[in-house]
Structure formats: C-alpha cells, structure tokens
Ligand binder design. Sequence first.
Ligand code: HEM
Length: 469
Amino acid sequence: MATQRHDETDTVEPEGDGGGGERPLPPYPPNLGHPTLHMVRQMQDTLAFGERAHRFEDVVRTRLVGQGDIFHLGHPEHVKRVLLAEREKFRKSSDFGTAFGEGLLTVEGEEWQQQRDALQPLFTRDRVMTYADGMVEQMQRRVRRWEDGDRMDLQSEFTDMTLDVLFATILGRELDVDGDDRLRTAAEDLHEWFVPTSYLLPEWVPTPARRRFREGKATIREEADRLLDERAGDAPANPTEADDLLSLLVGLRESGMVEDTGMLTDERLRDQMVTIIFAGHDTTTTSLTFACWALANNPEVKARFQAEVDRLDGPPTADDVADLEVTDRVVTETLRLYPPVYALPRVTTEPVVMDGYRIPSPRRVVLPFRQIQRDERFFEDPDEFRPSRWDGDLRSELHNFAYAPFGGGPRICIGREFALLEAKLALATIGQQFDLYWLGENDADGEPPTAPEMTLRMEQGQEFLVTER
Ligand code: HEM
C-alpha cells in the first residue's frame, strides 16, 4: 500500500499552479539534496529518506523525476483530516484499481459503501471470534512439522500459514499443507506489481515482475472462478447469514442482491476474491515475522510472553484471547514500530491547505505511518520495542491518529479484528511449543534488515533457529 508508482490519471501540473491562493508550496527538505536526486536517494534507502524528509517540518514535498511532486503529511492531525474530517478532498490513487480491479480496497463513493456493508458481517468482532478454532487448527497443522533445531525463514513460513488460515476460514477451502504451490506462488506474485522497478517505468513496459503479477492474478482468478462455481447452488438464501466470503458472494449473486451491492458481474466477484487474498495475508505475515524478531531480540519481554502462554491449558482458544495481555501488547508494539502499511497514499481532489502550505490538486499525498508512530512528540524513546508502554493510559492519551497501523476513518481496515486475532493466536501457538532465536544480522542501529516494498517486510532469506521448549 506504500506505493508511489506513476499514476496516469494523477496528472502532473506545471510547478506552482493548482489553486490555493497565494500560499507557498511546502518546502523540499534541505537535507535531501536537489529535488532531481530525490528519486535516486529514495531508491537507495526508502526508510531513511522518509525519516529525513520530516526532520524539520511536518508538511514537505519531494519529487520523482518526470512524475512530479509528492506531498508528505507527517502529523496525526493531517492523517485525521485526510482519512476522516476532510476525506471528500482525497481519493485513492489508481494504482490499486489498475492492479486489482473493482474490489473493496479500490472502489470509491456509493459503490464502496455498498460493498463494505455487504462484506462487513464477515468481519465483526463476534464473527471473527468464531474463526478462532479454525485458525488454531491451521497453525497447529503447520507448526507440527517444525523440529527442534530447525533453521527457518519465518517470513516464508508465515506466508504459508496466513494463506492456510485465510483459505480455511474466510474462503472455506482448506489448502494442502504441502502442496497448492501454484496458488501460493500466485498469491505472493500479487505483490510484484508494486516492486520499485515497476513504479519507475510506464505501465506498458513488460518487466519480469509485471509478468509474474499478471500470471499470479490470472491463477487466482481461475481459482476464484472454480470456487464460485463449486459453491453455486449451495449458498444460503439470505447472504447475510453466510459462513464465509465465498457463500456470501455466491449468495449475493444468486439472490439477485448483487446489483444492489455494485458487485454486478462475475468479474467483480473475482476482483473481490483477489482483493481479499492480496490484502489478507501479507500484512499479517510481516507483522508476525517482526513480532518474532522483537521477541527473539528482547529476552525480558520473551520471558513474560512465555510465562503468559504457559498458563494456558492447551492450545489457545477464543476464550483465552482476553487473557493474553502481554501477547496483545507485543502485537500492538510491533505494529507501531513495523507497520506493514508504512505509508498510505492518496490523491487530492481539490486544493487543500496544510500548516499554511498549499497543496494543489490533483496531487499525490503520503501519510507516513511509520514516521508518525516513531515520533518522539508522541512516544517516549520511540525507537525502543517496549510493549509495556501500552499498559497504562497511553492509548486514551494519544492523538487518535498517532497510532494508525490499520488506517482510520470509514475506510479503516475491514480485516483488523481478523488480523489481530490471528496474530495473537499464532504467537501463542508457537510460543507454547517453541523458543525462537534470531540468526540474522541486525543493522548498525539495532534494527532488523528491512525491505520497504509494497508492505514493510523483513529482507528475504533471514533465518531464525527454533528449539523445542
Ligand atoms: C496486520 C495486518 C493488517 C494491516 C496492518 C492492514 C492494514 C490496512 C490499512 C492501513 C488499510 C487502509 C487502506 C487505505 O485506507 O487505503 C487496510 C484496508 C483493508 N484491509 Fe487491511 N490490514 C491488515 C490485515 C487485513 C486482513 C487480514 C484482511 C482481510 C482478511 C484485510 C483486508 C483489507 C481490506 C479489504 C481493506 C480495504 C477496506 C476498505 O477500503 O473499506 N486486511 N488494511
């Protein structure tokens, strides 16, 4: 979601125009060199680039050569204005629509509201709690294969695990634990649309990454078709009573409610499946990987976490979740330091003024969640992994948008409850049985090797040692 690919519909106007009166445009940060170098610098180290951009001001602009200015809004109040208070002045950038069609992540306005209303029942807290046992079953199935002394790339392991969970719960089809490789590869390849080499080049250039993306998407759509056909005739008369996404979508189609929900065609239903598979696994995968890194690198926190999961009477259940306080805070703190969606893009639909600076329209703006969540104005010792900071009243004292790993306003992540439950159950399931040691090398500043791609990920191939407890 942190993409800044050139967006053909986001036309670039000549410097200096675009409305907003005589107010100045935000400055180019003085510490990032000449704007013509911004793109290269950003490619070299995206996270450091973002950090430095906000060192002096909350509202700044940077430039992507040939693509125009991007406006960065680094205060929670800006996030609130963009996502909630003045959301009609901002739209989603069209990258996602180009990639995924007309699913919930991309559509706008009335159609978005209809799709959101249709899907929401599957994602309420109560409904999500009913997936807990199914989630743990999938996790056990995978963890059972781990052996004392294994060296593992946990990110890759969690990619498989989150797909297992997503398919078995929301999509109603259990994946083969050792197989379904074509589908697993296809789900991973959905991220290829957003790799840096792609956003530098016009859309028609056939890069290997784009080819992989197209093949991946075609495979997922084939699978979606197969699943929708398989379920045809078997859906509940009232789609709102559906147990899973597949029944819901088939039910909407068969009951004729599809037209009312904007999901008019099979094409739309497929888009919806691709969207959920894309949005619903990688984010949780990276959160789990960073949480394991954080536990392995913070022995005191790990000891408290292990003591907590050892108190459970067997595999974790929905009833245990409320008692998993340390685990909950480990997840919360991981999402603060390593938000998978580390920056959220939007495009202005009319000129706006932020901190006295004018932002023309249409222009790309970026909400840098990672920066804001590491800002010392809002968090003490912001770079420290300290789950206990959430023990007291921090949440109620914080600006509502100073911690927003799931976004905010009406378009807040629909999968939030699902992801939080899954992350806590996965950590507890693993923690009960295995101890984790980090075998990778941290950066000079003690941070894990991180790759800010489509989501914030651990660099590929980083290993952990797992030992039986
Ligand atoms: C830790 C895990 C997750 C994180 C950090 C995360 C983050 C986000 C964020 C920041 C947004 C807002 C995007 C925007 O405003 O442009 C979003 C939207 C969305 N997420 Fe998640 N997400 C996670 C897990 C999930 C899961 C598990 C699912 C589905 C099973 C999911 C499905 C979606 C969908 C469909 C949207 C679009 C919602 C809308 O526009 O109404 N996400 N997510």
